[in-house]
Ligand binder design. Structure first.
Ligand SMILES: *Cc1c(COP(=O)(O)O)cnc(C)c1O
Length: 637
C-alpha cells in the first residue's frame, strides 16, 4: 500500500473542487479554514471544535466566518471592476444582498459594514425584510431594492425611507402595485424611485429556476410594460422610473442561460430607452452559482466562475446597448448564494455506526451448526476469482432460505445470526475480489452500496440542510480530522430524526466529478470521537430549516482569524432549548410542570411514590425542559 498523506485526503474529498481556497488540510490531518486564501491566516477546525466544546458550546455547532463574507464581497466587486475596465464599459457596478438568503442579524451587519466602501446595498422581498433593511442599512444614500408582493403598508414604508436618506427603489412586480405607488406618493408627498420587473422568456435551468414567460409569478408582460410607461407619462412621472429588473432563478448551472437572459433583458432596456424612459440601472437579479460538487455539469455545480459571469454580464449588455445606440446602464446584481454559501460550516459528531463489512470471521465448532450454516461456511471458504458469479448467486439463495427457515421455526435466532455473519463475510470477500474487475462491475456496484456503513450523526437534516432533503442538493461532507490516515471504510449518513428521509446519501465524487452514493470514512477508534462537517451551508439553509422531531436551532459561533493560526470567538448564539421548541407548538413550561406535578401528587396519595422520589422526578423533568434538543454528553456535576 502506498503511503497516505493529508494531501491525498484533500484530493479524495474534492477540496480543490469545492473548497475555493477557503478550506484546506494541514500537516496534522485537520481541515483548516483560510478566509483570505492559502497564503493568509488559517484556523484549524478540529482545534476550534475541541476548544468550543471545552467552553461548553454543544455539538452540533454551526460555525460562521464573517471574513469569508468579506472576501466574497471583495471578489464580486473586483470581478466586475475588471470586466468594466477591460471592456471600457461606461456604467458602474453595484451589488445588493438579498437578505432572504440568510437574514441572521450579524451576517447582514457584516455585509453592510464590509460592503460600505463599494456602495453595496440590500434587497428585500417582504414587509418584515424591509423593516430589517431599514434598521441595518446605515450608509448614506445606501441602495435598497424592494421586491416581492407589496401592499400599501409596504409601499408607504419604502417611500418614507427616502426621508431616512436611503436610496430606496420600489420594483413593481405586479401591475396593481403601480397605482398603489402613485397614490401613496401623492398622499405622502414623496417622489418615488420606481423599478419594473420584466417577465423574460429565457430559462435558467437547474433546480431553482423561476417559472419563466407568461406563467411567471412575478414581473410584467410586454403589453403591461407598454401600458406602464403610458401611465407614468400621463402622470408626469416617467422620470421616476429608474430601474429594470429581472431574476430568472437561483444556482444557474450554465453560463449560456445567463447570457441569453441578459441579452433578452438588455433588449427590454433598449426598447424602454427608445420609448422615452431614462433608466439608470439594469438589475440582473441573482443566480450566480456555487460549485457544491465540482462536476461543472450538475445542478449543484456550474460551468463558469465569478470572473466569467461578470465578463459575460458586462459584455452582453454592452453589445446590445451599442448596437441600439443606448448609453450603458449601471449594473446591479442580486447575488445571494454566491456571497454567503461558503461562510458557514456545520460540525457534528458521529454517535454510532452500523458496520456490515466483515473482513474476518470466526466459526469454532462449525460441525455442530445447522446444515444451512455449514453450507454457507463452505461457500465462504470456496470463494475465488474462478467462481464469483456462482458463489454470489448461491449466497443470495441461502440468505433467502435462512430467513424462511427462521420464520418456519426451524432455525434458532443464534443460528440465524451465524448465517448472517457468514453472509456479510462472504459478500465482503466477493466485493474485494470483484473490485477493479470490469467483468464483475455489476456485482461490485451492488455490493458496495449494500456493504456501506451507516453513521448515526448528531444533527437533523431537516433543521440544518433542508435543501439536501427537499431538493437532493449536494453539500460537501467530510471528517475534519484523521486525514493523515487512509479512510478504509465507506458510509452513508443518517441523522437523529425518526425519518428514513433524514439521511445523506450523495457525496462529492472527486474522481469522476458529480456524486456517488457513499463517503470514504475512517475505521472506528473506540472511545475516540469522530467529527465531521458539512460545508457551504451559509445560503438558504438556516431559515428554511424545520423542527422535525423538534430538533431546534443549533448553537452558532462567529469566528475570525487572529494572527497566523489563532482565532477569536466573536459571538456565541445559543441554539434552542427544549422549552423553546415546545413553545413553537404552543406548550407552556409552567403548565407542563403543573400537569406532571399533579400526577405525582396523586401517586403520593396512593402510596405509589415517595415525596422524595416525586421531588427527583419533577427536578429531572424541569431540568429536561431547559436542555439542548440534540444529544449531549452526560453532564459532569
Ligand atoms: C432569491 C432571489 C435572489 C438571490 O438569488 P441567488 O441565486 O441566491 O443569488 C435575487 N433576486 C431575487 C428577486 C430573488 O428572489
Amino acid at each position: 500500500m502506498s503511503e497516505w498523506s493529508p494531501q491525498k485526503s484533500a484530493e479524495l474529498y474534492g477540496l480543490d473542487f469545492w473548497g475555493n481556497d477557503y478550506f484546506n488540510v494541514n500537516n496534522k490531518g485537520h481541515v483548516t479554514l483560510t478566509p483570505f486564501g492559502k497564503s493568509g491566516p488559517s484556523v484549524d477546525l478540529k482545534e476550534v471544535t475541541d476548544n468550543l466544546e471545552e467552553r461548553g458550546i454543544r455539538l452540533p455547532i454551526l460555525l460562521r466566518f464573517p471574513e469569508i463574507v468579506k472576501s466574497r464581497i471583495e471578489l464580486i466587486n473586483s470581478c466586475f471592476e475588471k470586466a468594466i475596465k477591460s471592456n471600457e464599459y461606461k456604467g458602474h457596478f453595484t451589488g445588493v444582498y438579498p437578505i432572504k438568503v440568510n437574514q441572521q442579524k450579524h451576517l447582514v451587519e457584516e455585509i453592510v459594514a464590509h460592503g460600505a466602501k463599494y456602495g453595496f446595498g440590500l434587497e428585500c422581498g417582504s414587509k418584515p425584510e424591509l423593516l430589517i433593511t431599514l434598521a441595518l442599512m446605515d450608509t448614506e444614500d445606501g441602495l435598497i431594492i424592494c421586491n416581492g408582493f407589496k401592499d400599501r403598508e409596504y409601499i408607504e414604508m419604502a417611500l418614507s425611507s427616502r426621508k431616512m436618506g436611503r436610496n430606496t427603489i420600489i420594483v413593481v412586480d405586479r401591475w396593481t402595485e403601480l397605482s398603489m405607488i402613485i397614490d401613496a406618493s401623492k398622499k405622502l408627498g414623496i417622489k418615488p424611485k420606481i423599478g419594473l420587473r420584466a417577465k423574460l422568456n429565457a430559462q435558467a435551468g437547474g433546480k431553482w429556476a423561476e417559472t419563466s414567460g407568461s406563467k411567471s409569478k412575478f414581473g410584467l408582460s410586454p403589453s403591461e410594460i407598454v401600458y406602464f410607461v403610458e401611465v407614468l407619462k400621463k402622470e408626469g412621472m416617467l422620470d421616476c422610473l429608474e430601474l429594470l429588473h429581472f431574476h430568472i432563478g437561483s444556482q444557474i448551472p450554465s453560463i449560456l442561460s445567463i447570457k441569453s437572459a441578459i441579452k433578452e433583458g438588455a433588449r427590454f432596456f433598449t426598447e424602454l430607452y427608445h420609448m422615452g424612459t431614462r433608466l439608470k440601472y439594469m438589475d440582473v437579479g441573482g443566480g450566480l452559482g456555487v460549485d457544491y460538487d465540482g462536476s461543472g455539469k450538475s445542478d449543484s455545480s456550474r460551468n463558469y466562475d465569478e470572473q466569467e459571469y461578470a465578463n459575460d454580464v458586462v459584455w452582453s449588455i454592452q453589445q446590445i446597448c451599442d448596437e441600439k445606440n443606448v448609453p450603458h446602464p449601471n449594473i446591479i446584481t442580486e447575488s445571494g448564494r454566491s456571497l454567503v454559501a461558503h461562510s458557514s460550516v456545520l460540525i457534528f459528531d458521529v454517535l454510532g455506526r452500523n458496520e456490515l463489512r466483515q473482513p474476518e470471521i470466526n466459526m469454532p465448532n462449525i460441525s455442530k451448526d445447522s446444515p444451512i450454516v455449514r453450507e454457507m461456511f463452505e461457500i465462504f471458504n470456496s470463494i475465488s476469482k474462478d467462481n464469483l458469479n456462482e458463489s454470489y448467486n448461491d449466497l443470495l439463495e441461502k440468505k433467502k432460505d435462512t430467513r424462511q427457515l427462521f420464520a418456519y421455526g426451524v432455525l434458532s435466532l443464534e443460528q440465524r445470526a451465524k448465517a448472517e455473519d457468514l453472509y456479510w463475510a462472504s459478500v465482503t470477500k466477493i466485493a474485494d475480489l470483484t473490485k477493479d474487475e470490469p467483468d464483475y462491475e455489476d456485482i461490485y456496484m451492488s455490493l458496495e452500496s449494500e456493504l456501506c456503513d451507516t453513521f448515526f450523526c448528531n444533527f437533523s437534516v431537516f433543521q440544518s440542510l433542508p435543501d439536501s432533503w427537499a431538493l437532493n442538493q449536494v453539500f460537501p461532507v467530510m471528517p475534519i480530522h484523521r486525514l493523515e490516515e487512509k479512510p478504509t471504510r465507506r458510509a452513508v449518513i443518517a441523522d437523529l430524526t425518526c425519518d428514513s428521509d433524514g439521511n445523506i446519501d450523495a457525496f462529492v465524487d472527486s474522481v469522476e466529478g458529480g456524486t456517488h452514493s457513499f463517503l470514504p470514512v475512517h475505521s472506528q477508534e473506540p472511545l475516540e470521537p469522530y467529527y465531521m462537517a458539512v460545508f457551504l451551508t451559509g445560503a438558504y439553509q438556516e431559515i428554511l430549516g424545520d423542527m422535525h422531531n423538534l430538533f431546534g436551532d443549533t448553537d452558532a459561533v462567529h469566528l475570525t482569524t487572529n494572527g497566523e493560526h489563532g482565532f477569536n470567538v466573536d459571538n456565541v448564539i445559543e441554539g434552542d432549548d427544549i422549552q423553546d421548541v415546545l413553545a413553537y407548538v404552543d406548550f407552556n413550561r409552567g403548565e407542563m410542570l403543573q400537569k406532571v406535578r399533579s400526577v405525582t401528587e396523586k401517586r403520593i396519595q396512593m402510596g405509589e411514590l415517595s415525596p422524595k422520589d416525586a421531588r427527583h422526578l419533577i427536578g429531572r423533568y424541569e431540568k429536561g425542559l431547559s436542555r439542548y434538543t440534540y444529544l449531549t454528553e452526560e453532564e459532569q456535576s
